[in-house]
Design a protein around this ligand. Structure first.
Ligand SMILES: Nc1ncnc2c1ncn2[C@@H]1O[C@H](COP(=O)(O)OP(=O)(O)O)[C@@H](O)[C@H]1O
Ligand SMILES: [Mg+2]
Length: 214
């Protein structure tokens, strides 16, 4: 599904983050990604989504080389990124507007979207949250809403950036339950080893431009 070959990336005026990174993910794989702060985990997700562009190397997604902005439009429709900071994900006044944003953007009608929002809220235990003001929710509630905005787009793959940092056990369990129910292929960045044990099949470490099995 995702094939990365000899990827080079550095931020403008920043240090080199990747110098020849290789990584691949197959359909149906559930993977944990760990590594020190600043190793480049979030950067890797942003490169996969086309939010950043590499200096060199190849990114192949869904059997197609992805180079220019136009190539990534399809990627962003089929792969869902749950941001490290929920406030980057949620920008509408209310929960239902945030969840509706993706389906509307994918070309669904108002009516279809309304049905999707209802269904997703039901699935993710967010019934009664539809009209709530997003920025007033607790950190854990925002996490679930952020996941809901992605589930609403029914992606083939989820990229999830530190989902459980700061969540209590009950919310963590809920997050995990929903993810396993609605996600078939995903990569989760986390330092939480306990969470990884129940969430993924394999764990990789990102260190010095290499992704190696733990
Ligand atoms: N927008 C940016 N501009 C410059 N440097 C950045 C930017 N974002 C991240 N970095 C740097 O790139 C490196 C990788 O960051 P990041 O991908 O966020 O790491 P991780 O998610 O593994 O903690 C770090 O050294 C970080 O300081
Ligand atoms: Mg990060």
């Amino acid at each position: 599904m995702i094939n990365i070959k000899e990827l080079y990336f550095s931020y403008p005026y920043g240090k080199k983050v990747f110098e020849g990174l290789n990584f691949s993910l197959k359909r149906g794989e559930t993977v944990g990604l760990t590594g020190a702060n600043g190793a480049g985990k979030t950067t890797l997700f942003h490169l996969i989504m086309g939010l950043l562009k590499p200096d060199a190397g190849e990114i192949e997604i869904f059997e197609k080389a992805r180079k220019v902005e136009r190539d990534f439009i399809e990627v962003r429709q089929r792969i869902g990124l749950v941001f490290q900071d929920s406030d980057d994900q949620l920008f509408c006044p209310t929960v239902e507007e945030d969840i509706a944003f993706g389906p509307l953007n994918l070309g669904k009608s108002q009516e279809e979207t309304k049905a999707v929002v209802g269904e997703v809220c039901e699935k993710l235990g967010l019934k009664g949250f539809e009209r709530k003001v997003t920025h007033r929710l607790s950190g854990g509630e925002k996490r679930l809403v952020a996941l809901a905005t992605i589930v609403a787009m029914n992606p083939e793959c989820f990229l999830i950036d530190e989902p459980v940092a700061g969540l209590d056990d009950v919310t963590t369990d809920r997050f995990l339950r929903y993810l396993k129910e609605y996600g078939n292929t995903y990569i989760i960045i986390t330092h939480d080893q306990e969470f990884l044990k129940s969430a993924v099949d394999k764990v990789y470490i990102l260190k010095g431009s290499k992704i190696i099995p733990r």
